[in-house]
Design a protein around this ligand. Structure first.
Ligand code: BGC
Length: 363
């Protein structure tokens, strides 16, 4: 799998480079008549979207496009709508959108359709509209099952007697991705909860109840602090074996609360994550986050660039899933990139040797 991943990265980078080296046919020339691409990102307050925005801009500009990159304040839906409106009226030919809320863009995207502007849903599916043309993302169900299977294996749920105490956290309720992250993880964990081998003392199991508004670290910290206070979790109190967290920004809040409750690397509950954010990677190295899932934003940007090149040149747009991403109106043609399990044993190869981070950034 590792090899396949490296090959995919290499292939995508080659495609990207080829696109820069030999622009064909309609590929934009540098200068005044370059094709304009709008890139709408949800926030600058989480590391991943800064990386996504920067990668998209860099790769698009290297391929000769003009880029209008906008971040919507701190997950501010009206700001995102406004920015998309401006991108359409300023003549963008293609929009790349990571939606804050999956269902709030229906109306503004009518304008895109009227102006024949193609829309690529980036990372997050955009629902309730036929104005979205393609979806570029990672296999988010696989993210969830990777987290669930990690807990299953590390707690040895098949063989151990248990019971084990676990609490559950996912992300923003307006982000369609949580259906996959939480759904995938719970597909693995639910049988053990039903059997009583995994116990959620709080009883908070429903996705809507364990959601974290805006994937916000302070919010997940507050909720974990409340759970600690209510159920007495602590190294000398009620045993807490694991916390399922759908991503790193949520995991960071949980970790902060558990550190404050006295847990150390020696007795830390297993916490899952996603993104390999710098803080979480440092926590993995320090033994206070058990795993993360690496979604290489360079690959997602390269995939999206390939889609844009195909749209602009009128060639076949790369997709590898035509069955699973129904946005409520139609099944959106999708390209799924592969997420990769990450922990203390492989982070160096995944993150440092691949050039994603420098060693300094993790110190
Ligand atoms: C992304 C995750 C990210 C989360 C919070 C999700 O839609 O897929 O990678 O951690 O948003 O930004």
């Amino acid at each position: 799998m590792k090899k396949a991943f490296s090959l995919l990265l290499a292939a995508l980078l080659i495609v990207g480079l080829a696109a820069c080296a030999s622009p064909t046919g309609d590929t934009p020339a540098a200068g005044g008549d370059a094709v304009k691409i709008g890139v709408s990102m949800p926030t600058q307050s989480l590391q991943r979207w800064n990386q996504d925005g920067a990668n998209m801009k860099e790769q698009l500009e290297a391929a000769g496009y003009e880029v209008d990159l906008q971040y919507a304040g701190d997950n501010d839906i009206p700001t995102q709508i406004n920015q998309i409106e401006n991108m359409i009226s300023n003549g963008c030919s293609v929009l790349v959108i990571a939606a804050i809320d999956d269902s709030s863009l229906t109306q503004v995207l009518e304008g895109a359709k009227e102006n024949d502007v193609k829309v690529i849903a980036y990372d997050r599916l955009i629902k309730n509209t036929d104005a979205v043309s393609y979806y570029a993302t990672f296999d988010n169900w696989l993210v969830g099952t990777t987290q669930g299977n990690f807990l299953k294996d590390r707690l040895d749920l098949e063989n151990a007697e248990g019971p084990f105490n676990i609490e559950l956290f996912t992300g923003d309720p307006g982000d369609n991705n949580i259906n996959y992250f939480f759904g995938g993880a719970m597909e693995v964990l639910t049988p053990y909860i039903e059997e009583g081998k995994l116990v959620v003392l709080s009883g908070e199991i429903e996705q809507a109840v364990v959601a974290t508004p805006q994937w916000n670290t302070e919010e997940s910290q507050k909720r974990m602090e409340n759970l600690i206070a209510a159920y007495g979790y602590g190294p000398d109190g009620t045993q807490l074996d694991a916390v399922l967290s759908s991503n790193d920004s949520v995991a960071n809040g949980i970790t902060n609360a558990l550190v404050a409750a006295g847990y150390t690397a020696e007795n830390f509950p297993l916490i899952t994550g996603q993104d390999c954010d710098i803080t979480s990677t440092k926590n993995m190295i320090a033994g206070i986050q058990a795993m993360s899932v690496f979604k290489d934003t360079r690959i997602l940007a390269a995939t999206t660039l390939e889609m844009i090149e195909a749209i602009v040149n009128g060639t076949e747009v790369p997709i590898n899933n035509t069955t699973d991403y129904d946005n409520g109106i139609f099944v959106v043609p999708t390209f799924l990139c592969e997420p990769v399990f990450a922990d203390i044993n492989n982070y160096e190869e995944l993150l440092i040797e691949s050039g994603y981070y420098t060693l300094d950034q993790l110190q």
